[in-house]
Design a protein around this ligand. Structure first.
Ligand code: AMP
Length: 283
């Protein structure tokens, strides 16, 4: 596994892969890797000839009161995992490499970035879209992998790729969960033992709605009630919404197309998000 820290080295390494005719896959991350990240990397290995992973905690996607300064990190463990998984190229840029002084150009996502997390994290998706566009320009992958756990992020990126004609395909990988259903997240490390137990209610609420949906329930209000009834363990619910899975518009009445129930909540001081897709064709 080659490890590079700057864009010039990255471009040379990627060029060598491309000259071999390799189909290049890319998995952008913020590190503190867990099995969810590993499943993205695994999928990338399965579908591409060369796998590029980046680890960069992107300051422009954090709000002033968010956890940028305390975001967990274990670069040594991340590197060994990448090596074990057969990653070919690991990109570890410093902040000054990604955002040189006088940096001032951003990608401004549209309506898809406004609801859900967009309401509670102003500027977050602008930062995400900007760093992902930069990484795409640096790596120039054929295929890039993102987790369904960050559903709105996938919608913003897919929209950006279409709107700006970026020459990359986007693959969305299902959410990996802990034994009790909690969606894996680097931020789960913040949870105390009691909070960790209570955090479980979010996925249980989503599974309750999914079970009702599989049993034929199509009424959006009833499905949301199934989830809400389980959310006893959270300290502050930011949103629990049923939306169109593609454009994230709210769905009211009947679920007549692919939909998602999306939740964001604080358990203690940790903000957790999760979602479940409800697809009328699958039920
Ligand atoms: P992050 O390091 O949190 O920015 O995540 C990097 C990528 O991993 C994103 O595309 C996430 O959606 C994805 N990811 C995070 N958690 C999970 C999970 N539990 N299952 C699958 N993918 C995930």
């Amino acid at each position: 596994m080659r490890v590079v820290h700057n864009v010039a080295e990255l471009r040379i390494a990627v060029k060598a892969m491309r000259e071999k005719g390799f189909r290049i896959g890319f998995v952008p991350t913020m590190g503190f890797l867990h099995e969810g990240h590993a499943s993205l990397i695994q999928q990338c290995k399965n579908r591409c000839d060369a796998t590029v992973v980046s680890i960069f905690v992107n300051p422009t996607q954090f709000g002033p009161k968010e956890d940028l300064a305390t975001y967990p990190s274990d670069l040594e463990a991340d590197q060994s995992l990448c090596l074990k998984l057969g990653v070919n190229l690991l990109f570890l840029p410093a902040t000054a490499e990604m955002y040189p002084s006088a940096f001032q150009t951003f990608i401004e996502p549209g309506a898809v970035a406004e609801p859900l997390c967009g309401k509670y994290r102003p500027g977050h998706f602008r930062g995400v879209a900007t760093v992902v566009a930069k990484l795409f320009n640096m790596v120039q992958p054929d295929l890039a992998f993102f987790g369904q756990k960050d559903l709105q992020q996938t919608a913003v990126i897919k929209r950006m790729v279409r709107d700006l004609n970026l020459p990359v395909d986007i693959a969305v990988v299902p959410t990996l969960r802990e034994y009790d259903g909690l969606a894996m997240s680097s931020r789960n490390i913040y949870l105390s033992t009691d909070e960790r137990k209570r955090a479980r209610c979010i996925s249980l609420g989503l599974f309750a709605a999914e079970a009702a949906f599989m049993a034929g329930e199509r009424d959006t209000a009833s499905l949301l009630t199934r989830t809400n009834e389980c959310l006893w363990g959270v300290d502050e619910l930011q949103y629990c919404e049923l939306v169109d899975a593609q454009n994230l518009d709210p769905l009211v009445g009947q679920v007549d197309r692919a939909a998602a129930i999306c939740v964001a909540a604080y358990v203690g001081s940790t903000r957790l998000i999760d979602n479940i897709i409800l697809s009328p064709n699958q039920a």
